[in-house]
Design a protein around this ligand. Structure first.
Ligand code: SF4
Length: 364
């Protein structure tokens, strides 16, 4: 029996946020039903020669809450029917605070035991800039309602917004802490091609690299002082509340994705379902090459504070971390960007800010 992560992409949003390049669109009841049936069917007919059991199930989007609790429940039961759930299986649903009518009790009854809330900011002007439908007082009551049912709540924040001062960032971070969030994800705003922000990027007045680094370090500092463990470049949690599903990605472990634009990594192969409803309904799958190489493993592991450990590397590849990687990493010890110990290699908080450049250098 092998444990595996299962990801369900829910490609629906009531409108498009100007920074978002995820596959999503508005949909009526008929399309939601057709989608739900197709996901259930693809789960139940997934074929593998080995016995698999889901130990994480993640509803991402899009806005999973938009399909409603009954459809979520029916997808959870299809996943259970096909794979079965390992004891304590983590079942996450991403939710938006603008969905004031979310019935948290029914969501928990559907099997969900962790929610991830797209807060993004606690400052109303920033929320308006990001095109979010909610305002901070609405987010506050949404989270208070969720807390009556869930103790494992993750909040998303966005940093490096135009005009974001430390004070504004402090307000958002404090909001998360005061809300009792078990987990916080803080992403730097990136301007992705094809988005509304991309078309007007020259007029956005985004903070420069130095200002961004200052905001990031400030956020890390506040969260550390308040007992959050900085366990991945963009992720922080109270002890024991790491996202077990996302850890699978960073540990380069296998997962199966269902729904349009969902990616999978299974038996050494990567593949994805096209971000297109009709192609999804037709069952199209696009191969995306081999996965699980040493370079890929190293690149993903270095996103984590624990870094690249000898133990994990040798478990997977049967040998120690290559000496050339250790030698290249040592160059970054003096500027305080990397730690190299007998147990492995990891980036410091300062190193996280330039992780792409360091990882590229280590793997060249
Ligand atoms: S709600 Fe989320 S997925 Fe939907 S458009 Fe906004 S950022 Fe994208």
């Amino acid at each position: 029996m092998k444990n595996i992560g299962v990801y369900i992409h829910v490609p629906f949003c009531s409108s498009k946020c100007p920074y978002c390049d995820f596959y999503s669109h508005p949909a009526g009841e008929e399309e939601l039903d057709r989608y739900t049936e197709a996901v259930r069917c693809s789960l139940k007919t997934f074929s593998s020669t080995e016995k698999l059991m889901a130990d994480t199930l993640y509803f991402g989007g899009g806005t999973p809450g938009l399909i409603g609790t009954e459809r979520i429940k029916s997808i959870v039961s299809a996943a259970d029917e096909r794979f079965g759930f390992a004891p304590g299986c983590e079942i996450t649903a991403e939710l938006n605070p603008s969905a004031a009518d979310t019935d948290f009790f029914r969501l928990a009854d559907a099997g969900v035991n962790r929610i991830s809330v797209g807060l993004q900011s606690a400052n109303d002007d920033e929320l308006a800039f990001l095109g979010r439908k909610h305002r901070s007082d609405q987010a506050k009551s949404f989270i208070q309602g969720a807390k009556t049912v869930f103790d494992n709540i993750s909040l998303d924040l966005m940093i490096a917004l135009p005009g974001q001062t430390k004070e504004k960032l402090r307000r958002s971070v404090q909001f998360c802490i005061d809300s009792g969030a078990a987990h916080i994800s803080a992403y730097i705003l990136k301007i992705e091609p094809g988005t509304v922000f991309y078309r007007k990027k020259d007029s956005l007045d985004l903070p420069g690299e130095d200002e961004t680094a200052e905001l990031y370090e400030y956020l890390c500092d506040i969260l550390k002082k308040n007992g959050y463990d900085h366990y991945e470049i963009s992720n922080f949690c109270r002890k024991g509340y790491e996202s077990r599903h996302n850890l699978k990605y960073w540990h380069d472990e296998e997962y199966l994705g269902f729904g349009p634009s969902a990616h999978s990594f299974y038996l050494g192969k990567r593949y994805y379902i096209p971000g297109n409803m009709e192609k999804f309904f037709r069952g199209e799958i696009v191969p995306d090459g081999d996965g699980g190489s040493s370079d890929e493993f190293i690149m993903l592991a270095l996103r984590l504070s624990e870094g690249l450990t000898e133990e994990r590397y040798s478990d997977v590849f049967g040998t120690g971390i290559p000496e050339k990687i250790r030698a290249r990493a040592r160059k970054y010890i003096a500027p305080g960007l990397v730690r190299v110990t007998p147990e492995g290699i990891s980036l410091t908080e300062k190193g996280f800010m330039v992780s792409n450049a360091i990882i590229a250098e280590l793997l060249m």
